[in-house]
Design a protein around this ligand. Sequence first.
Ligand SMILES: O=C(O)C(=O)C[C@]1(C(=O)O)C=C[C@@H](O)C=C1
Length: 387
Amino acid sequence: MTLDLNEIRQQITNIDRSLLKLLSERHRLAFDVVRSKEVTQKSLRDLEREQQLLKELIEYSESQDYQLEAQYITDIFQKIIEDSVVTQQVYLQKKLNDQKGKNIRIAFLGKKGSYSHLAACNYAIRYQKQLIEVSCNSFDEVFHKVEKEEADYAVLPLENTTSGAINEVYDLLQHTELSLVGEIAYPIKHCLLINGESDLEKIDSLYSHPQVIQQCSQFIHKLDSVHIEYCESSSHAMELVANLNKPNIAALGNADGGRIYGLNVLCSNIANQLNNITRFIVIAKKPAIVSPQIHTKTLLLMSTSQQAGALVDALLVFKKHNINMLKLESRPIYGKPWEEMFYLEIEANIHNPKTEIVFNELKEYSNYLKILGCYPSEIIKPVSLDS
Ligand SMILES: O=C(O)C(=O)C[C@]1(C(=O)O)C=C[C@@H](O)C=C1
């Protein structure tokens, strides 16, 4: 006898609601955990506990014959643990830094629906704030809004897993007095968006931001000779396409943004890489204080002398002090042909006295050294079960 699909779906809905209730209870426990850790000053992350928890859950599931794959259990609980860690981090950071009240003004590139806008919304939600949107036409303007105190924060893309570094933002960081205070990893899901009905064969013009065009290059190559129209942002592109209202013109952007402009999705997941993620940075006028209990990153700006091995000597300071370097980028220095400015992202908290010793040593090997900011790592790396 086959069961009625509607009845099965009702059972699924009921189970999903019970799961949600349990997830909410677990989420609330994160606040108890962090309050207890405030007293003991323990690190928020305890990798041994996470490993033990995952191993025990897999063993328990096997002993009960639940028929759930170990990888499935691991994936789900890593996501749950990530929520717990982020909840605890936000709790501590709000206590240390929050002076801005319920509303925060965030400057970002583009209009409503741009990826920067979506990342800004994400940041505001994470910190339980009401977002006041400060929409800008260029990265330069985004920086200026915070410098002129017309915005409390700016959210800017720094790198993407497909197209790499956003050089313009790196260059602007060279000349700013603002500080990096946070980061957000936002999944970028590009779609081909059209007005009303159309099909792919009819599309001969694509509108979007150069970064988006680059990230979808393989999809675009497969189309027959399309004209590319570069726009200030993907949201400008979506708005233009909505106003032009022609069956041969499409925008590349995200589905949520498209909805704002009344556009329909013709093709989804069109980025060269399925795992297309942009790391956004959050900048503010005042540096952030980061709790020593949080996994922290620091971004440094450094130039070295033009002598052989100068950069290697500087980097050896990190090795000597067992500081992990996460990223090394270089950009030209304006007015000094062939000289490079280095951007170093390290796992360190500038409020730790040990870090000060490291920076003092680093100064011996550099011509110029500046701290661009110290911020909680909001990219929570899942614990490995193999170690
Ligand atoms: O048990 C803790 O110390 C927690 O913070 C909770 C929890 C979890 O969600 O299970 C989260 C982070 C830690 O790395 C370990 C476990």
